[in-house]
Design a protein. Structure first.
Length: 99
């Protein structure tokens, strides 16, 4: 399990969409630059609405940070948890909450 984080960042890549190999749910992923460095945000858009980010957008992210050896650190659980096993996360863009 990773650490729970809440931070502001700048979006530095266009969103990519894929289906999770374990969850079989659609996900949105994009890279951000935070005060702690570059991170990948992965959001399950089968649970939460897609966040229409563009390169250069400032966002707030709340979720679980996990190390992924050989890759960028990943922030996931950026949405509510329908199973109530994790704290609820979110992405905030231009004042709107995507959770």
């Amino acid at each position: 399990m990773g650490s729970w984080v809440d931070f502001s960042a700048t979006v530095v890549s266009s969103p990519r969409f894929f289906y999770g190999s374990r969850t079989h749910c659609e996900h949105e992923a994009f890279d951000v630059q935070s005060g702690a460095g570059r991170l990948e945000v992965v959001d399950n858009v089968s649970i939460a609405p897609p966040c229409p980010v563009r390169t250069g957008d400032r966002i707030e992210v709340c979720g679980e940070l996990v190390a992924d050896p050989g890759r960028l650190p990943v922030v996931h659980w950026t949405h509510h948890d329908p199973g109530n096993r994790h704290p609820d996360g979110f992405i905030r863009l231009r004042g709107r909450l995507y959770a």
